[in-house]
Each structure stands twice: as C-alpha cells, then as structure tokens.
Design a protein around this ligand. Structure first.
Ligand SMILES: C[S@@+](CC[C@H](N)C(=O)[O-])C[C@H]1O[C@@H](n2cnc3c(N)ncnc32)[C@H](O)[C@@H]1O
Length: 404
C-alpha cells in the first residue's frame, strides 16, 4: 500500500522520478505494469529511473512493490548560475503561510564529492524557497547519508526534494508518493516462521508476483515454496495459491504463515491456498493435471556457504542444482497455461577466487518456454539482476519465461 503524502500537489506532468529498490528488476516490474502507458524509461543511475507516461495512472503506480519514492521533476539548478529555477511555480504546490519542513535527497553522485555538492544544493534550495515567500522553511538533514528515507518522510511529514546531476547542473524534483512499509515490515518480522537470513524479502517476492501478470482470482503456483514468502504476497493480491515443497517441515511452516496471514490481514475474498508435499520434478501428478496462470519461485537449491566459498565447491553444488532446475522446468511448463509466465529466481555465487558462478538453464525451448518481453519499447536481457542485495556470497538473478 502507498500513501499519497501531499494532497495539495496537482501536478500535470507525466514525467516521474522513481527511486527503485532493486535496480534493473524494478524497471522490469515497471515495464510489466505500466509498459503499455509508457513513452519511455531512462535509467539515470543504479536505482533511479526517469519514466515518461502517456497517462499518469496513479492506481497502477501504487501497486508497484519495488519502489521507495515517486517524484515529479520541478526544475533544475544550473551549475554556473547557482540558481534554482522552478519550471513550475512552487506556489501552486505549497501554501506560503504554513511552516514547511523540507529535506533534500541527492542521488547518482560519486562518493568523494557528495558532501560538498549536498551543501551547495541545500543552501541554494533554502534561499530560493525563502525568496519565494516561504518564511517558515526549515531544512531537515539526513543522518550521515544524503538521502532521507521514505519512512522518515512519512513519520516526520517532510517535503522531500529529489535531486540528481545532469550535463549542466542538477534536476530538482519533489517526492509525491512513498509506500507505507508497515505491512511489509510486519510480514517480514512478525510472521510465525520468519524467513531465513538468506531468503528473499516480502518486498522482492511482491515484485516477482507483479511481474507474473496474474490477475485477482487467478492461480499462482510456487513449486519450491519453503516457508511461503511468495505465497503470502500472492494471497494479498487475491490469487488462488498453490505451494509445493519436497520437505514436510517446510510445508508445515508455510501453513502456519498463511493461516497467520489470514488472521492478521484483510485479504481479497478470492484469495485461497492449497499446500502439497511432493517433488516438483513430477508436478503434473502432484497437481492432478490442474493448469495454473503463472509460476513464481525461488529454488536456490544450494547449501548455505559460511563465508566466501571456493570456486570448486560452488561449481559442484551448481552442477547438482542444474539437474533439478532442468527437470522441474519441463514439469513446470506442462502445468502452466498457454501464455502464462514463469518467474524464476536463480542464484549467482561469489567465490573466494572473486568469480561469479551462476546456474545455467538448459532445455528452455524444448520445454516449450520462451523469454518474456513486457509491452514497452525497452528490451530486457535475462537473467535480470536484482539490485540492492546485501548477502556477501549470494546474489539473485531473475528469468521470466512465457509458455508457448
Ligand atoms: C530456497 S527455498 C524456497 C524459499 C522460499 N521462497 C521461502 O519463502 O521460504 C527452496 C525450497 O525448495 C525445496 N525443494 C528442494 N528440492 C525440491 C524438489 N525437488 N521439489 C520440491 N521442493 C524442493 C526445499 O525443501 C526448500 O524449501
């Protein structure tokens, strides 16, 4: 869920600055949900995207899960003039008489010069805001960083200006939406069986189910469901969920988590779940020949390495995992309806020798699957990187296929 912070901002611009949580994967989510309304999308830097929409579809924007902030560009600061020139009048946006607590979040700057630039920009912004008649403008500073977090914006009711460099200066924008992370936080910390420290987060799971394209009432399968992180997020969207896992204990954990979700959260009435113990290399018989609308799954299938493992150790673990991936992709393809998507997370492991070892997926075409491209002009190259991850040895990459 997202909260609209500033009700008085009636911006007509369709260009949006999006601060994303997962870089390329968040841009894929954007293209899947908004691709048909998109004129273009540029990556400004790692987690900042500039999106140009034909229509500003606020309802869909609030469904995006891989986002920290959405803002509108207001104007720019030109370097040699050192002046903040609003392209839009801020008096349309803010009430001059009220007290404003504002802050600046600066993106896409190399570290050594950040502090200096931050000072320059904030003092220019402050003097311009005062000059425009806002006498009670207070500048709130972030702790050590140059970014104010979404939760600080909500908690302290701040007006957050966004900035990033361009060729001749800095773009200045204003944050209009930030998601409310309370639900996500509750699901990651308070559920009966919390995810292990390397498991995917509810936020990432929600991005993946948005990419799956399933609609309310549709059926989603996670054939390696573990304790059910993906199923929990899918229930919130009102999907009929099926979880399969080879391990009885994991199925019991998923069951506890899903029953907890039903008690704690108000779910759409279409939401339901069914859990089955079984080997996903034989899905058709486990599912009794049901067809599903999509599969979203994260079968990491590697042992947990303590610290950076050697290349040899990783290679042999990956070879073993590849055989299971191959067999289960054939089985998955048989249970997905034509045109349905398969969203698959694969591991990429960093080794002591400083190489990255990845699972290679074989036999995709023979299984009746092809790469999925969302309805936008942008092409995605798979596997897509998941940005913003913290585990030292494990990174996630995502494939999206479509059933032919
Ligand atoms: C990385 S975990 C999935 C984590 C899950 N996303 C969660 O939220 O907990 C992978 C799961 O795959 C299961 N698994 C491994 N091999 C399997 C197989 N052949 N068929 C079905 N499940 C399998 C394991 O028991 C494990 O629970």
């Amino acid at each position: 869920l997202m909260i609209r912070i500033f009700d008085d901002i009636q911006s007509k611009a369709n260009k949006l600055i999006m601060v994303t949580a997962f870089g390329e994967l968040s841009r894929l989510e954007l293209a899947c949900l908004l691709g048909d309304k998109m004129v273009g999308m540029n990556q400004v830097c790692g987690n900042l995207a500039l999106v140009d929409l034909r229509i500003r579809d606020s309802r869909t924007i609030t469904r995006l899960a891989g986002l920290f902030k959405v803002g509108t560009p207001l104007g720019r600061i030109v370097a040699d003039e050192g002046k903040f020139r609003f392209d839009m009048s801020p008096t349309d946006l803010l009430d001059e008489k009220s007290k404003i607590n504002f802050c600046l979040s600066l993106y896409c700057i190399d570290k050594p010069t950040t502090a200096q630039i931050y000072e320059k920009l904030t003092s220019s912004l402050l003097s311009d805001i005062r000059r425009l008649g806002f006498k009670k403008a207070n500048l709130i500073r972030p702790g050590r960083d140059t970014e104010i977090t979404s939760s600080d914006i909500l908690r302290r009711k701040l007006i957050d200006f966004l900035s990033y460099p361009t060729e001749d200066g800095y773009v200045i924008g204003i944050t209009e939406y930030v998601p409310d992370f309370a639900g996500i936080h509750e699901r990651s910390t308070l559920r009966p069986v919390p995810a292990s420290d390397i498991a995917l987060s509810p936020m990432l799971a929600h991005v993946l189910i948005n990419i799956s394209g399933v609609q309310k009432g549709g059926c989603l399968l996670d054939p390696f469901c573990g304790s059910g992180t993906i199923l929990v997020e899918a229930m919130l969207e009102g999907f009929r969920c099926i979880g399969v896992d080879i391990d009885r204990t994991r199925i019991e954990e998923a069951s506890k988590n899903l029953h907890w979700l039903e008690r704690k959260f108000k779910l759409p009435q279409e939401a339901s779940f069914e859990l089955k113990i079984g080997d996903s290399r034989r899905l058709s018989s486990i599912l009794d020949h049901i067809r599903v609308d999509a599969v979203v799954t994260e079968p990491i299938l590697l042992p947990k390495f303590a610290s950076l493992p050697s290349k040899d150790t990783v290679d042999s673990a990956i070879r073993r995992a590849e055989a299971i991936y191959k067999a289960s992709l054939v089985a998955i393809s048989k249970v997905v309806r034509k045109g349905g998507r398969v969203v698959l997370v694969v591991p990429s492991v960093r080794t002591k020798e400083n190489t990255s070892e990845e699972v290679e997926l074989k036999g995709i075409q023979e299984a009746g699957l092809r790469e999925y491209q969302p309805p936008s002009s942008q092409r995605f190259h798979y596997p897509v990187d998941v940005g913003g991850q913290s585990t030292r040895w494990l990174k996630r990459k995502v494939y999206v296929f479509e059933r032919e």
